[in-house]
Ligand binder design. Structure first.
Ligand code: C2E
Ligand code: CA
Ligand code: CA
Ligand code: CA
Length: 277
């Protein structure tokens, strides 16, 4: 028994060591990733559930490292946040997403909003509001077509962030609360923040039809949004049933594999813009 216990312990440390090494490698490679031009933005359509038309797209970061290969955002965003590298990466994302929005507008496609994920760490950066202002002004983009998706965890920093959100709102950007219903929840900030929309987290939407509790949560979030006159977007829409049920429940927009996976810009253009011209 003792032997076995010892082996388990060794296995555990080996696993820990492997994870630690991987995280270290991610951190090391993240530092050169921007210079090596290893990031790419993918785009996923956001669909009006009533008309089935595309109204926006979310930009989602992809990283293909020369040593680690493809690393998922769930793996590297947290490391980028811990180390602060998210600040320059976030700036790159902001500029690229805005630039792409303008490119498509100039190509003659109908104006669409572009959603950009902003992590708490970015929002807490004293330069953030100025960076957004500069990115908007230097590009000439219509600010309202830029949607900043902010997670619920900003509620933990409520006092310092309210002013920032107000300043961003003043620039004319659209503000959306991401991953709504997960993590730190306090409803009290909802009417204090100058929000335009809420995104229902995919964990409540996936398999909703088989899960009455999740359906109840989705219904409740939609009701809250309506009360506060916010638009509601459901992420993680994987089937037609979910899409029509969400529409019946009064959800405004849907996003998920049912419509499309996130795609590289060129593919997104071909599949979602060119046909709609
Ligand atoms: P998120 O903002 O909640 O984005 C939605 C995630 O769900 C994306 O994962 C997307 O690919 C995935 N997804 C979309 N539709 C479906 C579906 O129908 N089913 C399922 N199972 N998943 C779906 P992704 O691209 O791996 O990104 C993960 C997270 O990484 C994002 O979650 C976001 O928090 C973060 N992230 C991604 N790009 C950026 C970025 O540019 N900046 C920052 N700060 N964070 C980012
Ligand atoms: Ca998001
Ligand atoms: Ca989410
Ligand atoms: Ca998120």
């Amino acid at each position: 028994v003792k032997e076995k216990g010892k082996n388990n312990y060794q296995l555990f440390t080996a696993e820990m060591q492997k994870n630690f090494y991987r995280k270290m490698m991610i951190e090391k490679q993240l530092r050169v990733a921007l210079d090596q031009n290893e990031f790419e933005l993918y785009y996923q359509p956001i669909i009006d559930l009533k008309t089935n038309e595309i109204i926006a797209m979310e930009s989602l970061l992809r990283w293909n490292n020369e040593i680690l290969g493809q690393v998922t955002p769930d793996e590297f965003i947290s490391v980028a946040e811990e180390t602060g590298i998210i600040i320059p990466i976030g700036q790159w994302v902001l500029r690229m997403a805005i630039q792409q929005n303008i490119i498509w507008l100039n190509e003659g496609y109908k104006p669409l909003k572009t959603s950009i994920n902003v992590s708490v760490r970015q929002l807490l950066d004293p330069m953030f509001v100025d960076n957004v202002k500069n990115a908007i002004e230097s590009s000439g983009v219509d600010a309202s077509n830029i949607v900043l998706e902010i997670t619920e965890s900003i509620a933990m920093y409520a006092d310092s962030t309210i002013e920032k959100l107000m300043a961003l709102k003043k620039l004319g950007v659209t503000l959306s609360m991401d991953d709504f219903g997960t993590g730190y929840s306090s409803l009290s900030y909802l009417n204090k923040y100058p929000l335009d929309s809420l995104k229902i987290d995919k964990s409540f939407v996936i398999g909703m039809n088989q899960d009455h509790e999740n359906t109840a949560i989705v219904k409740t979030i939609i009701a809250i949004a309506k009360q506060l006159e916010l638009r509601v977007i459901a992420e993680g829409v994987e089937g037609q049933e979910e899409a029509s049920y969400l529409n019946e429940m009064g959800c405004d927009y849907g996003q998920g594999y049912y419509y499309s996976r996130p795609l590289p810009a060129s593919e997104f253009e071909e599949k979602w813009l060119a046909s709609d011209k």
